[in-house]
Design a binder for this molecule. Structure first.
Ligand code: BGC
Length: 392
């Protein structure tokens, strides 16, 4: 397999990230929409119109441009492209061509994710990641998108956090399809790695852009003699994926915190400062996770997500200050990192937690959808400018 490392930008990419379902609104044809509306759902509230970015993506990109960032990571909603099996919605493809062109017009490199947690209803109904055809279907979807839009891609993430799709959907039972079964979790992880490979292969002919997937990583601490359980879990959610990344052009590392792990699994909460997500304020996870990833794989790394859910914008600045310092230490240590994407551009739909956690550099009025940059956005823009001036 040919790697395309040469086509990475020759400078470090500073960016911000979003995902279709969390910002577009109206994702009615997905498993998540149904999950949020089911009687007795554990989802805090429905996604609804989200940030209405389906109609307001130009405003979003104006914000990205105003911050002077190099790149914008967003995702394409499979349920819109292929609303029923094998039927491609050309208007939906045109819509995303518009988003890609709007990036180009502003000098922003588009980093495109093809699957970010949501499945079309017809795929979910056919068994989702346990359907015997899922690998074929995801490869076919990637091929269609690549053929139509690949000439505009700067970089592609096939699947966002397949390990979280498996862990939350098939072990913790808090994402669709709400299953809790170790063996099914293990086999879905293996299927997701094969889906990624099928998608990457289907995308290869579409252009000279780096292809990889993104992985949720964390610093972990074993508590109450949880070392063996932690090793078993981590083997599934990190190690197997890190090894699989060797066949790619890059690996997206996504990190937010440090988790404690006991024999009964992940322990929420903990002592010290916590974020709105209920896990520790732990920006130094950036250096830690990059170091761990680079011990497993030699492909270039990109921090495709890092940030904090908080209503306290000063806490966000403190988090980002420490996170960028942590990134710098990893780079100074020789880890091959090519970019950093803050999560997220907007306060958006945070899955089962709804709109309560605020990850955005910009707030979004839930009635008018007006965007307003927060002081942390200016802080990030300044930090990026200073990093560039210092040659970083
Ligand atoms: C996901 C995002 C999510 C973020 C913050 C990542 O796991 O890719 O969709 O909003 O974490 O929780």
């Amino acid at each position: 397999m040919t790697r395309r490392r040469a086509s990475f930008a020759d400078r470090f990419w500073w960016g911000t990230a979003t995902a279709a379902y969390q910002i577009e609104g109206g994702g009615t044809n997905t498993d998540w929409w149904r999950f949020e509306h089911r009687a007795g759902t554990i989802a805090a509230e429905p996604c609804g119109d989200a940030c209405d970015s389906w109609h307001r993506y130009a405003q979003d990109l104006d914000l990205v441009a105003s911050l002077g960032l190099d790149a914008y990571r967003f995702s394409i909603e499979w349920a819109r492209i292929e609303p029923t099996p094998g039927v491609i919605d050309r208007d939906a493809l045109e819509h995303y061509r518009g988003v890609l062109d709007a990036c180009r017009d502003r000098g922003i490199a588009p980093v495109v994710t093809l699957h970010h947690f949501t499945l079309p209803l017809w795929v979910a109904d056919a068994g989702g990641f346990e359907s015997p055809e899922i690998i074929t279907w995801m490869g076919r979807y990637a091929g269609v998108v690549g053929e139509a839009l690949g000439d505009r891609f700067a970089m592609v993430c096939t699947i966002n956090e397949p390990n979280i799709v498996a862990a939350m959907g098939y072990l913790a039972a808090i994402f669709p399809p709400e299953v809790s079964d170790w063996d099914r979790f293990v086999s879905v992880n293996a299927v997701l790695r094969r889906c990624h490979r099928a998608m990457a292969d289907a995308l290869r002919p579409a252009g000279d852009f780096p292809i990889g997937f993104t992985l949720s990583m964390a610093e972990y601490e074993a508590v109450d003699d949880g070392e063996d359980e932690l090793a078993r879990y981590r083997h599934e959610v990190e190690d197997e994926y890190l090894r699989a990344a060797d066949a790619d052009d890059f690996l997206g590392v996504q990190c937010y915190t440090k988790h404690r792990f006991s024999p009964s699994g992940l322990q929420w909460g903990g002592e010290g400062e916590l974020t709105e997500m209920g896990y520790p304020f732990w920006p130094q996870c950036v250096e830690y996770t990059l170091g761990r990833a680079s011990a497993f794989t030699s492909v270039p790394l990109v921090v495709t997500e890092n940030g904090i859910g908080t209503n306290d914008d000063e806490q966000r600045v403190r988090y980002l200050t420490e996170a960028l310092g942590s990134l710098e230490r990893a780079r100074a240590d020789g880890v091959d990192v090519r970019g950093y994407f803050q999560w997220s551009l907007l306060d958006n739909f945070e899955w089962v937690l709804g709109y309560a956690p605020k990850f955005g550099l910009a707030s979004v009025d839930r009635t008018t959808f007006a965007r307003a940059l927060k002081p942390s956005a200016q802080w990030y823009a300044d930090a990026v400018r200073e990093a560039r001036a210092a040659g970083r």
